[in-house]
Design a protein around this ligand. Structure first.
Ligand SMILES: Cc1cc2nc3c(=O)[nH]c(=O)nc-3n(C[C@H](O)[C@H](O)[C@H](O)COP(=O)(O)OP(=O)(O)OC[C@H]3O[C@@H](n4cnc5c(N)ncnc54)[C@H](O)[C@@H]3O)c2cc1C
Length: 448
């Protein structure tokens, strides 16, 4: 078999590359290891939010460029970043020409330049991908590909890049147990990365890879990276990842991932380790928190502490699937107590330390001190410079939302009230909740 372009993997990376090559008159083949008609992968499961470093994709190119460069440090190649930033708008236009539909999810309405594939996923726990925007777009891209004379081949697992005379000239793969070779002038690796491979997570992210959740499609086993390395590629920029903060029960309960997650609540709560001490600056956002949690000796030992005010406003700050009440309805345990000492006892945390943590935090907020956990990483500094992340820290993301600059209630105030944001809670939590407390693992992931 001979093609101009082959792509390893049939997610958005592979499909888009092949469609684009085909539209330019080349003959392309997408090689997909899975055999199902609607094979599971991150692309199909995704929420469909088109963003660049969490900025709306239609933001000014210079802003996108700066965000990527600031967030990626020495790992980014300026020319590539420039190309990405300058072509973001064109990418959306091209996708629309290919049949992508972008709909009016809350985020798209609230943030100028945001685009979310339609129809949007429902506000429900667990996976919700069938006939949602990303699923429809994948099917549409496959149709476009075949209509133009190229092909998506299922059940072909690529094992090796063929390198001849210093150039990659094709791939070796397995189909129905048989080894085959496919020649190509260009090979695109779009295998989804290694986030489903616990050995590689242990190698590059955390030795406790059994204590983090893989929030990713099942095929992302790192084949592409291993193949590239075997062909002589240098591997770099590993160690930090995109992730979310999830309830620890998501480790064993599929209803609790990919939604609801606890990103919004954790950004305005206190994240402590088993010693009752904070270990990161929560205001830096969920991605930084997920990385900090992963670096703990035991990622599952992290505990999120929130007060009633946070919990009651959570539906207004969590845009896609509010944890209140969906997390609890779906089996995510919430431990509550009238004061911090009782809460600590119920969770097996050191009470005196936990009280001191909340006290220090409140004092720091009252005095307007810089957060002592602020300068933990390069990204920390970067995010502080970014006006959007600054917004997160200094004023509520949504009306009624608590921010890092607000004092954590002490003693925890328990007057139940409705979320004050635009979107009301689906069900008013009538229980008097004076302090709330969730254990959470963090998980590796793409996605929102
Ligand atoms: C729940 C969830 C929500 C998300 N939401 C968003 C979002 O809103 N916005 C956003 O920007 N991102 C989001 N993401 C991330 C985004 O979906 C992924 O970054 C993106 O889809 C990756 O696309 P991909 O084509 O590189 O990989 P994938 O979609 O993972 O596809 C890779 C394909 O390669 C195949 N493959 C792997 N190895 C081989 C091999 N050796 N041979 C042949 N085939 C192989 C796999 O089977 C798979 O089908 C989300 C992710 C998840 C899991």
């Amino acid at each position: 078999m001979q093609f101009d372009v082959v792509t390893i993997g049939g997610g958005f990376s592979g499909l888009v590359s092949a469609c684009r090559a085909t539209a330019l008159g080349l003959k392309a083949a997408v090689l997909e290891a899975r055999t199902e008609e609607r094979y599971p992968c991150s692309s199909r499961w995704s929420t469909g939010v088109a963003h660049v470093m969490s900025l709306p994709i239609l933001s000014e190119p210079d802003r996108l460029y700066r965000a990527i460069m600031d967030g990626s440090g020495a790992n980014a190649r300026p020319a590539l970043v420039r190309a990405l930033a300058d072509n973001a708008k064109r990418t959306i236009e091209w996708l629309e020409q290919e049949g992508a539909q972008f709909g009016s999810q809350a985020m798209q309405r609230e943030r100028p330049g945001a685009r979310v594939l339609a129809p949007n996923r429902g506000s429900v726990a667990g996976l919700d991908w069938e006939d949602r925007g990303p699923d429809l777009l994948m099917r549409r891209l496959e149709q476009n590909l075949t209509r133009r004379g190229s092909v998506l081949m299922r059940g072909i697992k690529v094992e090796r890049l063929v390198v001849e005379g210093g150039a990659c000239t094709g791939v070796e793969a397995v189909r129905n147990g048989e080894h085959i070779r496919i020649d190509a002038k260009a090979v695109v690796i779009g295998d989804g990365g290694f986030a489903a491979n616990r050995e590689m997570i242990a190698q590059y992210i955390t030795p406790r890879s059994d204590r983090v959740l893989c929030r990713v499609g099942p095929g992302a086993m790192g084949d592409g990276m291993r193949m590239a390395e075997a062909a002589g590629a240098a591997i770099g920029g590993l160690g930090e990842f995109y992730g979310h903060v999830h309830h620890r029960n998501a480790m064993t309960d599929a209803k609790l991932w990919p939604y609801p997650h606890l990103d919004s609540a954790s950004e305005v709560g206190l994240l402590v380790g088993p010693d009752g001490k904070r270990f990161t600056d929560e205001g830096l956002g969920a991605v930084c928190m997920a990385n900090a949690i992963a670096r703990l000796p035991d990622p599952l030992s992290a505990v999120l502490i929130i007060d009633d005010a946070i919990w009651q406003t959570e539906p207004s700050i969590s845009t896609t699937v509010p944890a209140n009440p969906i997390m609890v309805e779906s089996g995510g345990a919430l431990v509550s107590a009238p004061d911090i000492a009782t809460l600590a006892a119920r969770m097996g945390l050191p009470a005196a330390q936990l009280e001191a943590t909340a006290r220090d935090y409140n004092h720091a907020v009252e005095r307007g001190d810089a957060d002592p956990h602020a300068a933990v990483s390069r990204r920390t500094a970067v995010r502080r410079r970014d006006p959007d992340h600054g917004r997160r820290r200094d004023r509520p993301a949504r009306p009624g939302a608590k921010t890092r600059r607000q004092r954590f209630s002490r003693p925890l105030c328990g007057r139940s009230r409705r979320g004050t944001g635009r979107r009301p809670p689906r069900r008013l939590c009538r229980r008097r909740l004076e302090s709330l407390h969730s254990r959470l693992p963090r998980r590796r992931a793409h996605g929102r």
